[in-house]
Design a binder for this molecule. Structure first.
Ligand SMILES: CC(C)(COP(=O)(O)OP(=O)(O)OC[C@H]1O[C@@H](n2cnc3c(N)ncnc32)[C@H](O)[C@@H]1OP(=O)(O)O)[C@@H](O)C(=O)NCCC(=O)NCCS
Length: 449
């Protein structure tokens, strides 16, 4: 989607809703450093973080310059230049089953100042973002959420989970094979050069991952601020295959809790192959003078239990809904992903906000591609009539949130039917939909955004 993000006209509905409360809704010029710095201050305040400064602020300004940044301003305040609400968004690819990618719209930094909460400001911003996403031609919008109760009302649903795993080092006995390559430490600056290519390949093989951006890699590796405590604490290890080709890397640190052995912590591993993933896990698990290994934002189906002699050495200490999706264009979204097998389905989608509402006829080819037709009302009546006379097409009735929940294969349609949230309109449709929508690899997002 190569276009200037500021070309999208301001959502007039959001502007009017905010103006009615005496607030101004603005898109910030990416060249306006002072406005972006004030916005960054409001964003960090919203998440109860210290205000960024120095190299960290510079990194953030670089990230924001590539996003559409909205601020909401209250002209009556003493500090009127600091927005009372923030949101930033950008077009990005999202990996989907079948090794493909869909055009998405990522929404981030949703904050409302505690002085201005619960008066509809977040609602105006979120509805504005759906408008922006559609204007950008995105098939869906996406976000990560601090709380599970905020975004369902706008049509978002959890679509990929993440877990925190802890492994007891004293019980680690490797049961996997030996990999032919080797792991070596690499300076962060060197890794920063190589990281985008490896990360791109790692993202492509995992449904639910989004394209990485430069500022994220800088933050993870600490390369924007090499003297910071973070940059000095992290270690970067890379796996090269038997031909010395880099295939993955992990960024970790050892945290000392008291006098004894440290806890190895990591939340960023990019593996472009299964071999690299196994080798990096082994490297992390077999370190000495370490009591535990704690991996954050891990998948719900890591191969780890099958790599250790004692699978009970692993504890899942936390698991959460991580990636939230909002389907806006069901035709584009459904055609973007790959499916398991062939068949045909009719989906009747309900969407209170209108974007994704309608009846969709889907033909799944043996190669796992979908051809989707949105039936107009007249055609829907004709289909219903034909269905009454002949064998009706296999079908499901579901809401836009349920569509998002099944989209990457995180949950089976039949489970949502058990919860009363998907209705089978013809017998056998659920079994067919379960098979078609399943993903051979569990969807997983391994970053916050
Ligand atoms: C979450 C937050 C953005 C909400 O902003 P807000 O302007 O107070 O929200 P609104 O007044 O527009 O509320 C819109 C709807 O969301 C609901 N809502 C707002 N905050 C909520 C919360 N924390 N949990 C559950 N529901 C919430 C409101 O009840 C309202 O519901 P309704 O319109 O269906 O009746 C704000 O509390 C905030 O900045 N929190 C700290 C940062 C944060 O967590 N951001 C989310 C990042 S993922």
């Amino acid at each position: 989607m190569p276009f200037d993000l500021r070309d999208i006209p301001l959502d007039q509905k959001a502007e009017a809703a905010l103006a009615a409360r005496g607030l101004a809704y603005r898109v910030i010029d990416p060249q306006d450093r002072a406005a972006l710095a004030a916005w960054a201050q409001a964003d960090s305040r919203g998440f109860h973080q210290p205000a960024p400064h120095g190299p960290e602020l510079e990194r953030e300004l670089g990230v924001l310059a590539e996003r559409r940044v909205h601020g909401v301003y209250d002209p009556t305040l003493d500090e009127a230049e600091i927005p009372v609400a923030t949101v930033a968004s950008w077009p990005t690819g999202l990996s989907v089953p079948g090794g493909r990618s869909v055009d998405g719209w990522a929404v981030s930094s949703v904050t409302v100042a505690p002085t201005h909460r619960r008066r509809g400001v977040a609602r105006a911003l979120m509805e504005g973002e759906l408008h922006n996403a559609v204007a950008a031609g995105a098939a869906l919008a996406m976000l990560t959420a601090t709380e599970a109760t905020i975004y369902g009302r706008y049509g978002y649903a959890p679509a990929a989970r993440a877990t925190t795993l802890e492994v007891d080092r004293s019980r680690v006995a490797w049961a996997g094979g030996a990999e032919p390559g080797r792991v070596q430490f690499v300076p962060a600056a060197v890794m920063r050069e190589q990281a985008p290519a490896i990360a791109r390949r790692a993202v492509a093989r995992t449904p639910g991952e989004i394209d990485r951006w430069s500022g994220l890699l800088d933050r993870v590796l600490g390369t924007h601020h090499p003297d910071s405590d973070h940059a000095r604490a992290v270690r970067v290890a890379r796996y090269d295959d038997r031909r010395d080709q880099p295939q993955g890397f992990v960024v970790y640190r050892i945290r000392h809790e008291g006098q004894g052995a440290g806890v190895l912590e990591f939340d960023f591993m990019a593996a472009a192959s299964d071999e690299a993933e196994r080798a990096l896990w082994r490297f992390l698990l077999e370190q000495d003078f370490v009591s535990r290994i704690r991996g954050r934002l891990r998948s719900i189906d890591e191969p780890l239990p099958w790599l250790l002699a004692d699978r009970r050495a692993i504890r899942v200490t936390e698991s959460h809904d991580h990636l939230w999706l909002r389907i806006l264009d069901p035709v584009a979204a459904l055609e973007a992903r790959g499916y398991t097998g062939s068949g045909s389905l009719v989906l009747d989608v309900d969407d209170p906000q209108g974007y994704a509402a309608g009846r969709f006829e889907i033909e799944f080819s043996a190669k796992g591609h979908a051809e989707v037709r949105r039936l107009e009302q007249g055609a829907r009546d004709a289909t219903a009539h034909a269905a009454r006379r002949s064998r009706p097409a296999q079908g499901l009735r579901l809401g836009v949130t349920e569509l998002a929940a099944i989209y990457l294969g995180d949950v089976a349609p039949s489970l949502l039917a058990r919860a009363g949230r998907v209705v089978e309109t013809t017998p056998g449709s659920l079994a067919l939909a379960d098979r078609l929508f399943s993903s051979p690899r569990a969807p997983h997002l391994s970053v916050w955004f």
